[in-house]
Design a binder for this molecule. Structure first.
Ligand SMILES: Cc1ncc(COP(=O)(O)O)c(C=O)c1O
Ligand SMILES: N[C@H](C=O)CCC(=O)O
Length: 426
């Protein structure tokens, strides 16, 4: 049995920072990342066999819980037929049909291999379609790590204190305009000034990469209205929220129709995947129909399609989303009540199966500036004490948490009992 410290030290000799994605490194909380050996249902197990109740869920995809037997069986059946063909397969059409049926804003959809590819391609498409260069994103939103989107970004970029990364040229960054999230007045003012130059707005319709910030009433409506008025493309980045906050995504939950949608995470069931899709006239600008180029050796990979399609089958069961949301609500309200009893300034947010935790006296979290005022030192102490107690939360104050359908009443009760002790000890 090799412990995480030894595994981390070995990893650091051959992998930058010992990890293949920065937020895993525990830089945001200090200490040694937990190395995972295997997972089942709501639980992950480290290399020494210690069990944790998992609220990261591989950063969102594991909505059914880990190693769901039906998903594993679908993957095994796909693997038996071969891993990749670089030629069309029927299951890609089945996946596209399913996505189009569940998200009516999508007429045509293209599969890719990550959320980063999905957003990067959607931006290129919006620029090609409109013939304009400028794009608008929001402070603290993260859309993957392509150059034009790594400006005032959230997630690991924020955790490491480099929201605008070196290596992104000034020329690229210049065309990315960043506004405060949930600030409709700022959006209207910008469009009144230069709306005709703006190719698109890209937004996380629930921001999940600066912790978890729901949209305030009217914000998404304003985005739709200015895009209509100035013929800009409205892109909902639903890589995280798609099939997470509701069966028809944040667009269904808030009843706003975007022009393009990006997806990832859940539609791969834990296997690398991404997708972007939307209005037919825009999507028809893509190669081979149109001039905007986009491609991928492993795009539409049959193993990813099998895992994703089976996951989508299972989350279409009646009462799936109300049950998932009830679990997340029980958790967040329970945490809040226990913090209050212990006299700790703490609040939570929750939309469907995703949630946010803040050591902050304000009760209504709506923007990046508020998130930054939260007590990060207290968060780190809470994180480590919960980890010690066998509860695995996101190792950063700037990431949303996720519950899965596999989280049982017992898991939630154990989590709250641990939190009660930890809040009292802070
Ligand atoms: C909203 C959002 N968009 C895009 C991405 C990028 O996806 P990926 O990590 O699969 O490249 C992520 C997560 O990383 C995300 O949360
Ligand atoms: N917040 C990111 C995705 O949603 C976390 C995943 C990563 O960057 O490793």
């Amino acid at each position: 049995m090799i412990n995480s410290s030894t595994l981390f030290s070995d990893a650091k000799h051959v992998i930058p920072g010992g990890v293949n994605s920065p937020v895993r490194s525990f830089s945001g909380v200090g200490g040694t990342p937990v190395f995972i050996d295997h997972a089942l249902g709501a639980h992950i197990f480290d290399s020494t066999g210690k069990r944790y109740i998992d609220y990261v869920g591989s950063w969102g995809p594991m909505i059914l819980g880990h190693a769901h037997p039906d998903v594993i069986a679908a993957v095994k059946a796909a693997v038996d037929k071969g891993l990749s063909f670089g030629a069309p397969t029927e299951i890609e059409t089945l996946m596209a049909q399913r996505i189009c049926a569940l998200l009516p804003s999508i007429d045509l959809v293209r599969m890719v291999s990550s959320g980063t590819e999905a957003t990067m391609s959607a931006i290129r498409l919006a620029r090609g379609y409109t013939g304009r260069d400028k794009i608008v994103k929001f402070e603290g939103c993260y859309h993957g790590h392509s150059d034009s989107l790594l400006v005032k970004a959230g997630s690991g970029a924020l955790t490491l204190g480099v929201p605008s990364s070196p290596g992104v040229t000034a020329a690229v960054a210049e065309n990315t305009i960043t506004l405060p999230y949930n600030d409709s007045a700022a959006v209207k003012a910008l469009f009144a000034e230069i709306g005709e130059q703006i190719a698109c707005i890209i937004v996380e319709p629930v921001a999940g990469n600066m912790n978890c910030i729901p949209p305030v009433a009217g914000f998404l409506e304003t985005l739709r209205q200015v895009c209509d008025q100035y013929h800009s493309v409205l892109i909902f980045d639903e890589v995280m929220t798609g099939f997470r906050v509701a069966l028809n995504g944040a667009q269904g939950l808030y009843n706003i129709t975007p022009d393009l949608t990006t997806l990832g995470k859940i539609i791969g069931g834990g296997v690398p995947v991404g997708a972007f899709g939307g209005r037919r006239d825009i999507m028809e600008c893509l190669a081979p129909l149109g001039p905007v180029y986009q491609a991928g050796t492993l795009s539409g990979n049959p193993v990813a399609m099998a895992a994703g399609l089976k996951t989508l089958d299972l989350l279409m069961q009646p009462d799936f989303y109300p049950t998932l949301a009830a679990k997340a609500k029980l958790l967040t309200e329970g945490l809040k009540a226990r913090a209050q009893q212990a006299g700790v300034a703490f609040t939570t947010t929750q939309v469907g199966g995703m949630f946010g935790l803040y050591f902050n006296a304000q009760d209504n979290m709506t923007c990046f500036a508020q998130v930054m005022q939260s007590d990060q030192v207290l968060f780190k102490r809470f994180f480590h004490a919960m980890l010690e107690a066998g509860v695995y939360l996101a190792p950063s104050a700037f990431e949303a948490g996720f519950v899965s359908m596999a989280h049982s009443d017992d898991d939630l009760a154990q989590t709250l009992a641990s939190a009660e002790r930890v809040f009292k000890s802070l």
